[in-house]
Design a protein around this ligand. Structure first.
Ligand SMILES: [Zn+2]
Length: 165
């Protein structure tokens, strides 16, 4: 049957993509072994890992303000976040725990319901995420960063950025 053939072709294609992805990861790991502090390689590695890592769904389904979680932002990446508000029974407002740009920093005035800028505020007023899309919080693994390699560091302005350690 044509349908079955089509399905098989699609499966093969997916398998091939997965293999290519594994290939590029292992090639990258080889390159990193000889040049562990190359910032370009490290950022490519981060990209590849971001695609591969699909966080586990949240186990306990009780959410409250202050709960840590992992959520997918509009840029397609997973971020650690913290619930700052329960908007309705199935949506929570999430603040970035590790903001990588100023507009991801949660607005302190907004949290106090005193921000006058509304949608034009340059800081974050939280991201509305469906509770069913939240995943388990994954603590940042600091032990994986090597001395001399690029790490995420918290600057004075509370924004995380790449820095030589
Ligand atoms: Zn604000």
């Amino acid at each position: 049957m044509a349908d079955e053939e089509e399905e098989r072709a699609l499966e093969n294609q997916l398998e091939l993509q997965l293999l290519e992805h594994q290939d590029s990861l292992s090639a990258l790991n080889d390159a990193l072994a000889s040049d562990p502090s190359n910032p370009e390689l490290l950022s490519v590695q981060e990209e590849l890992l971001q695609f591969r890592v699909e966080p586990e769904p949240l186990e306990d389904q009780c959410y409250s303000i202050g709960s840590k979680c992992r959520f997918r932002h509009v840029d397609g990446r997973w971020y650690n976040g913290q619930i700052v508000e329960l908007v309705c029974s199935d949506t929570a407002k999430i603040a970035f725990l590790t903001p990588t740009s100023e507009n991801m920093l949660i607005c302190k005035f907004f949290l106090q319901e005193r921000c006058r800028f509304g949608t034009s505020c340059r800081l974050s007023h939280g991201v509305d995420v469906s509770l069913s899309a939240l995943k388990n919080y994954v603590p940042t693994m600091w032990d994986q960063s090597l001395v001399g390699s690029s790490i995420w560091a918290l600057s004075d302005s509370n924004v995380w950025h790449m820095e030589e350690s």
